[in-house]
Design a protein around this ligand. Sequence first.
Ligand code: IPM
Ligand code: MG
Length: 366
Amino acid sequence: MATHSLFLLPGDGIGTEIMVEVEKLIAWTNAEQLTDFSTDTGLAGGSAYDKHQVAITDEDTEKAKAADAVLFGAVGGPKWDDVPYEHRPEAALLRLRKEMAVFANLRPAICYPALADASSLKRELVEGLDILIVRELTGGVYFGEPKTITDLGDGQKRAIDTQVYETYEIDRIARVAFDLARTRNNKVHSADKKNVMKSGVLWDEVVKGVGKDYSDVELHHILADNAAMQLVRNPKQFDVMVTDNLFGDILSDVAAMLTGSLGMLPSASLGAPDPVTGKRKAFYEPVHGSAPDIAGQGIANPIAMIASVAMALRYSFGMIELATKIENAISAVLSDGLRTGDIAQDNRKTVGTEEMGAAILAKLKA
Ligand code: IPM
Ligand code: MG
């Protein structure tokens, strides 16, 4: 029996294309006995809807919960614009986050030196950028009840979403951020809107309380709107930024784009350690979406997906050396000048998904 189990959910659009490169990578690490992974594959998003009329089946949800790690591609596309709201492709993602209870979403934004010119900001602002957004993932306005649209008559409706946080939810995500800061530069910015939101007042109170247990880590409060502004003004002032589900969604897109392309960034979503085994449920996915506009053409950038495997090796399996090797292989192909269309520069020739995947694998083999 394999030592570790991976459950693959390629999803829709470019998700399926980039997952192929991951399968090749895993086949190689297994063959070299660097890993001993068993893999199983399921359906999520529109592809699951087409077959089962739901965004993800109970069976695949159970498989995801049982696996040592889930590797997820991306979901969605215009084809499913009109499916019932509860079965829209994104519902697969939200169900998995909630049922796997992966409350801690780690979104690193690293600017590879070779790509500093692909950023929309000046090279000197982003070169060497290395920030980590820690986004709360299973609470807040994404899941708060009530969540309704009510007909008021006279052509009027009322829509309600509920932003709700309890102490324990803020406490545990803050601890993840402080612990990670200790492995980096000992600095945490906590972003909320305590100037207008009660959930922000509690957020700040709890984070500051947790901060007392980490007197070696510098803690700064920042309003979420100011955080957005500072991210594009002077991003290198940040190390770890911890924030709620909605602000984290927005701020992580901003941070991602600083690095040149959404196509570069992986993410990890982790649950609490199991009290008996110490293992965390874990879910790894690129930050980018399913890119229906370029799907099926073989031109998608597989780097974020491959880097997500590196994060899995690091956070779920303690294989730091292999994770670093993969990250270095990515960096090396970029230094060699290889570019997919999304990160293309100065009319340089671009390569497709398969060629990029193969080049990264070749660096690993070398
Ligand atoms: C993300 C995405 C998702 C989110 C969508 C697809 C539901 O934007 O992971 O950032 O809003 O969380
Ligand atoms: Mg998002």
